[in-house]
Write a protein of this length. Structure first.
Length: 134
């Protein structure tokens, strides 16, 4: 498959059954984070809002969802039915996507990124250059 230029091209490169699941994932993410920017990063669909939010990608037997480690930890109990690793959730093909859970995870990441962005924007207190000099 050629490197896709956008998410439409990425999804179009797969068979209909997988396209349906990819489209559902995309729609769920876009509904949960309508202001997020959709991009292709590392050759897969990704979303940005105050920094990188998450990625998703099709694999041989599953749809990989990459909401970062913090989201995996925060939703550990709800994810018990799925194979996970440090920053990955694997949703098997042929089973329905847990749209409600995905929505919660996307919103969690939106909030997390917004909080990080606010911390970065806080003005730093000026320190006296003379402090500490004898």
């Amino acid at each position: 498959m050629k490197k896709p230029k956008n998410v439409e091209q990425y999804i179009a490169g797969y068979p209909p059954v997988i396209r349906k699941m990819l489209s559902q994932m995309r729609a769920t993410i876009r509904k949960a984070a309508p202001a997020a920017t959709e991009v292709i990063s590392y050759g897969m669909p990704a979303y940005k809002s105050d920094g990188m939010l998450l990625y998703f990608a099709s694999h041989t037997s599953h749809l990989g969802f990459y909401p970062f480690t913090s989201a995996i930890k925060a939703f550990q109990k709800e994810l018990a039915a799925y194979e996970t690793s440090r920053g990955t959730v694997r949703f098997p093909f042929g089973k329905p996507l847990p749209s409600t859970l995905i929505t919660k995870m996307v919103k969690f990441r939106m909030k997390e990124n917004l909080e990080k962005a606010k911390l970065k924007k806080k003005p730093k207190k000026k320190t006296s250059r003379k402090a500490g000099r004898l």
